[in-house]
Design a protein around this ligand. Structure first.
Ligand code: UDP
Length: 146
């Protein structure tokens, strides 16, 4: 699951971010602009609870609506995280989302799940079944053929 976080929305970079995943050939199963509740933010980032940056992180992703997306494709977890770039934008390679648009770790624009298990857990926090459209892209297998 991908989030275009609050700074991406405020800076008008949602289209840029979404386009990168579409252009790589991933299929979009779910997409919405939404307000994240404190509870959703804390559950989403539960692994960071107790760390010094946790309160600021929760404030960050609840500050404005964010755009949540569920995308699918070959090795999508690894590919999407490569497209997003390193957590700290200063260390992120130019050509990645964070490397092209970010400056600070506290405003790094996008989130990408780090494992299939995380993705499943996170999708359930942000989407219900009626908001996901797994059959919308009937040619998905054809596009990623080896
Ligand atoms: N973060 C932060 N300060 C830090 C480390 C992380 O503000 O020192 C934030 C940042 O927004 C990051 C998020 O916490 O994207 C989750 O951190 P993680 O290590 O899981 O990085 P990611 O998977 O997002 O690259």
């Amino acid at each position: 699951m991908i989030l275009a976080k609050a700074d991406a929305v405020v800076r008008g970079l949602v289209g840029e971010i979404l386009a990168r995943f579409e252009r790589r050939g991933y299929t979009i199963l779910g997409l919405k602009l939404m307000h994240v509740t404190q509870d959703q933010a804390k559950r989403h980032y539960a692994e960071h609870d107790g760390k010094p940056f946790f309160p600021g992180l929760v404030d960050y992703i609840t500050a404005t609506p964010i755009v949540a997306m569920v995308i699918e494709g070959e090795d999508a977890i690894e590919g999407c995280r490569a497209t997003i770039g390193a957590t700290n934008p200063i260390k992120a390679t130019p050509g990645t989302i964070r490397g092209d648009y970010g400056q600070t770790i506290g405003r790094n624009l996008a989130h990408g799940s780090d494992s299939p298990e995380s993705a499943q857990r996170e999708v359930a926090i942000f989407f219900n079944d009626q908001e996901l459209f797994p059959r919308a892209h009937v040619l998905g297998d054809w596009i990623s053929a080896k």
